[in-house]
Design a protein. Structure first.
Length: 186
């Protein structure tokens, strides 16, 4: 009787441990040197400065992304997808020395699509519309591939870890677009 009770308790404990939900967090954003150089080439010589207004979600875009019933993918503790992208954009503009909080040009963004696939071929898919008080702007879209894994925990960790590089690629599409200087009023 004692061994049956012990076995049942151990089995129950294992099931609870294995069926728990996990949250995966991404690594902190690191500005892309390539993006900073592109920003400098496009704006620094003109003397124009910009700030970042809002990065909003289009209707129907969900920021609560679940990964394989493993739990939510959090891009950064305490930050939403849009906050993460806004701060990443500010960081790149600041490092390029063209960011000014009270600049006459304000760049805004709208995330029209944000999704990922954690199965092969794994990728982040992001579409964003950018505009400013000087330009109607343009849309950029990326499909950023990354490695996946068979296990849910490892695959979801890869999803979270790939978000930063995916945002670097998204911002690269923004700052290398021929219309980017028009956002600053050039």
């Amino acid at each position: 009787m004692k061994s049956v009770t012990k076995t049942v308790l151990m089995a129950t404990g294992c099931l609870l441990l294995l069926s728990g939900c996990e949250t995966t967090n991404s690594i902190p954003y690191k500005a892309s040197t390539t993006n900073v150089i592109s920003i400098q080439q496009n704006l620094k010589s003109t003397g124009k400065t910009v700030n970042v207004g809002s990065i909003a979600l289009a209707p129907g875009v969900d920021e609560s992304l679940m990964c394989r019933m493993n739990g939510p993918v959090k891009v950064a503790p305490g930050k939403s997808l849009s906050q993460y992208i806004k701060e990443a954009f500010q960081e790149e503009l600041f490092l390029a020395q063209v960011y000014e909080a009270n600049a006459p040009a304000t760049i805004n963004g709208r995330l029209d699509a944000v999704s990922f696939s954690s199965v092969s071929p794994a990728s982040w898919n992001i579409t964003m519309q950018v505009s400013s008080n000087h330009s109607a702007g343009y849309a950029v879209s990326i499909k950023y591939p990354f490695a996946t894994s068979w296990t849910a925990y490892s695959a979801c960790k890869n999803v979270a870890d790939a978000f930063g590089p995916a945002v670097q690629e998204l911002l690269k599409q923004v700052v290398t677009n021929p219309q980017f200087p028009q956002l600053a009023g050039s």
